[in-house]
Design a protein around this ligand. Structure first.
Ligand code: FUL
Length: 484
């Protein structure tokens, strides 16, 4: 702790006198400001907060898939009430290979499975309850969805994560806090010890208990400890403190998306009161602006994840077969998530066979092909290599001759922090510089679209930064125009 304060103070002095020897001091995941630093100094210090190796690896996945599958698939509901008979769970032609193969072809790098949703039905043969696949007719009660999905993930080199709903409408102990915490700990332990590597644990914050409902006080510290000790490479999401919910389920990231923020999940009284003092929550518009950082006591690397379903519901409903999102909608979501400094978590719900429906498979194929074709075809020359940019710096890049472009990519080297606050991109068209696009934050990745043009050169202007920005990559592409 003492060492950290000294490092911070050294950095503050270095920042203040404008010394260049300061770039080796970084703060992984978290930084508590010493009392005496000013608001401006806090903003500068925030430029030195960096992801953990786990958060970095997660961010680089870019495309991840959510799988909502369980009791609701067979009852047609979105939220079961926990009274469903395990006998209802009976996929007729379960095939996890089909899910994972389809996802891998489409460019997805991780799959997160709803091991237990709010209805409490467990997709693995747990020792903690009879409300599980072990008491269903599927595979004569010998089946294990988690195991089969994980095996398929291993086969196709796909990372695997689990969604475990803290809210459990079946567990009799829910609301009797110590007893239910013990049960959830046991379920978590089973999931984290039986199936090999797990890369994300997704703790949903939803709780629909009414005013007279049971109130459970979760032991988050204990759950975090179980994950950190059993699966240290895993990130903890949503009610976890490594990955933040973007704040909506519409596939919409923020134009200004700071991965460094004072926000933490509401897991104890002191965090709840600090979030309240700063007037922030995952749905807030501004989670990392200057004024907010200046008012904060502690800041965190807490990057956002955009979760959205390919269909209106999270679970499969045959009546939604005609309402699978169009290619254009999926591509817009990609630009609004991966292109706005977030990871996309796209939900594809398997049907009652236990397979992705043909419409979804077809759409994923189109989506994967669109993204791969667009971004494989680099139109900019020499856009890779670190560019250290100060506020006001510009850099020109050559473009392939006579090739139209309509998309620009910018990336910061986030192992050196997130720093850019404003930028513009110009193109040289008929000997004149024209503004193609502009924005605020970049972060891990920013994608911006504009109308087709064939400039001969590109000029990137970094107009405002929190400290010397480290631009890792600039790219330019032509994305096929889509009508619907
Ligand atoms: C929400 C849940 O209530 C939905 O059913 C779904 O699982 C979604 C991803 O999170 O909080």
């Amino acid at each position: 702790m003492k060492k950290t304060v000294i490092a911070i103070l050294f950095l503050v002095v270095a920042i203040t006198v404008g010394c260049n020897q300061r770039t080796s001091t970084y703060f992984e995941k978290e930084l508590t400001f010493p009392e005496m630093v000013t608001g401006d100094q806090k903003v500068k210090l925030s430029a030195y907060v960096v992801p953990t190796p786990q958060q970095l690896e997660w961010q680089q996945l870019e495309l991840t898939a959510f799988i909502h599958f369980g009791m609701n698939t067979f009852t047609g509901r979105e939220w079961g009430d926990g009274t469903e008979e395990p006998a209802l769970f009976n996929p007729t032609d379960f095939n996890a290979d089909q899910w994972v193969y389809t996802l891998q072809e489409a460019g997805f790098k991780m799959l997160i499975l709803t091991a237990k949703h709010h209805d409490g039905f467990c997709l693995w043969p747990t020792a903690t309850t009879r409300h599980s696949v072990a008491f269903s007719p599927w595979r004569d009660g010998q089946g294990d969805v988690v195991k089969e999905v994980k095996a398929a993930c291993d086969k196709y080199n796909m990372k695997f994560g689990v969604y475990l709903s803290p809210w459990d409408r079946n567990a009799e102990s829910y609301g009797d806090s110590p007893r239910y915490n013990a049960l959830l700990t046991e379920q978590l332990t089973e999931l984290l010890t039986r199936y090999g590597e797990i890369h994300e644990v997704w703790f949903d914050g939803a709780n629909g208990e009414g005013p007279n409902g049971r109130v459970q006080e979760y032991d988050w510290v204990r759950f975090y400890h179980v994950i950190d000790s059993l699966q240290p490479q895993a990130v903890k999401a949503i009610m976890g403190n490594d990955v933040r919910w973007v704040g909506n389920e519409r596939g919409l990231g923020r134009e200004t998306e700071w991965s460094v923020t004072p926000l933490q999940p509401d897991i104890n009284e002191s965090i709840i009161s600090e979030n309240r003092r700063l007037d922030i929550s995952p749905t807030a518009n501004d989670l990392g602006g200057r004024e907010l950082i200046a008012n904060a006591k502690t800041i965190y690397w807490y990057p956002s994840e955009v979760d959205v379903s390919i269909r209106p519901g999270w679970f499969y409903h045959p009546e939604e077969d005609e309402r699978v999102k169009t290619l254009k909608e999926l591509v817009d979501i990609y630009y609004q998530s991966v292109g706005m400094n977030s990871v996309l978590l796209l939900n594809i719900p398997p049907d009652t066979r236990g397979q992705f429906h043909e419409v979804d498979v077809q759409r994923l194929k189109e989506f994967g092909a669109y993204i791969q074709t667009t971004f494989q075809d680099e139109k900019l020359v020499d856009g890779e290599g670190l560019w250290e940019a100060r506020s006001g710096d510009s850099k020109e890049f050559a473009l392939l001759p006579d090739e139209p472009i309509n998309t620009v990519l910018l990336q910061e080297e986030i192992t050196k922090g997130q720093r850019v606050e404003a930028f513009g991109v110009e193109g040289l068209v008929d000997g004149e510089w024209v503004l193609l696009t502009e924005g605020t934050t970049i972060g891990y990745k920013r994608l911006l679209r504009f109308s087709d043009l064939s400039p001969t050169r590109l000029r990137v202007n970094i107009t405002s930064t929190r400290d010397v920005a480290n631009i890792a990559k600039v790219g330019a592409y032509h994305a096929p125009n889509l009508d619907n």
